[in-house]
Design a protein around this ligand. Sequence first.
Ligand code: GTP
Ligand code: IMP
Ligand code: MG
Length: 340
Amino acid sequence: MGATIIVGGFFGDEGKGKIVAHVAFADKPAIIARGGIGPNAGHTIEVSGRKFGVRMIPSGFVYPDARLLIGAGVLVDPRVLLSEAGTLKVTERVGVDYRCAIIETKHIETDKQDPYLSQTIGSTGTGCGPAAADRAKRITAQAREVTELSPFLTDAAAEVNKALESAKNVILEGSQGFGISLFYGTFPYVTSKDTTASQIAADIGVGPTRITDTIVVFKTFPTRVGAGPFDTQMSEDEAKKLDIEEFGTVTGRQRRIGWWDPAMAKYSAMVNGATQVAITGLDKLDPSVKGANQYDELSTKIKTFLREAETAVGVPFTLLSTGPELTEIVDLREERLERA
Ligand code: GTP
Ligand code: IMP
Ligand code: MG
């Protein structure tokens, strides 16, 4: 029981959406609250062959019994929020903190037109950077001033802390990844805010003493979209040969693909204060393990990779994703906790 934070350990798109959805079904949280920057995120969740993409609604929405909150730190684009809430039929469960800052059309226009943001940095064009700048200047609107958002307004921090006091489970969902943190990433090729676990907790209004677990999500082949250094990047040809190409959920841009980076994983786990690691894309490393649900079903190649990676990072790898579908995962959390 308590608050579990789930964050990205590489450059975003590690598969947090899939991991959040799995943890939600397994842990049955009363609330799933989203931190992070804003609608620049794109989480993909595949359930029973259906593929969902969300940018504002917490990815845990596929678990039907949780309240879905957006923390005060998040930038809200009301159009994206209302459209997703309607399409996903979750309007009754969604709450938006009344203090969220609002992305306006002018922010999106600046993000797309400013050559520094759109070309040098390679931003997502969703208005997040310019809105974050205006928020720092204290000139953005807050959610409480937007008529269309009035049915959703709440004090997300109060709701989450109340649930925690009643010993309920809560998932705090991050977005983006460590390498594009404004503070710890490859500055200036980063997003407009920190992306680490402490920031996600602050975005939602949960103090560090309330966090039970911090799960950092990595992928076997890290990816990066937009400009900026990527130490372990492979060539497009290599990615094609391995059949591991990826395209962005929000922008459709081709993701740059790299080799597993144990040094980055270790550093990222340290700054995030990881208590557990989730790893996605084991099926990309060895297609024979696709869909596996048991540790014993994993191949020697995968077991060796996991052993070496775990030693390098120094944190238990407890969630092992073997495909994009919700059910394609090995969950070792209970087993590992019992042994510890
Ligand atoms: P951001 O918040 O934007 O950083 O995104 P995210 O971390 O939620 O990840 P996103 O959904 O953008 O990208 C991850 C991609 O990997 C999606 O297409 C998922 O469906 C897919 N995926 C997740 N887990 C696995 C896995 O174990 N194997 C494979 N092959 N694909 C996976
Ligand atoms: P911005 O956040 O739109 O300003 O983009 C700044 C940088 O962060 C660009 O390189 C984007 O590609 C990257 N970025 C922002 N959000 C995500 C995400 O959710 N996944 C991956 N990269 C992201
Ligand atoms: Mg994404």
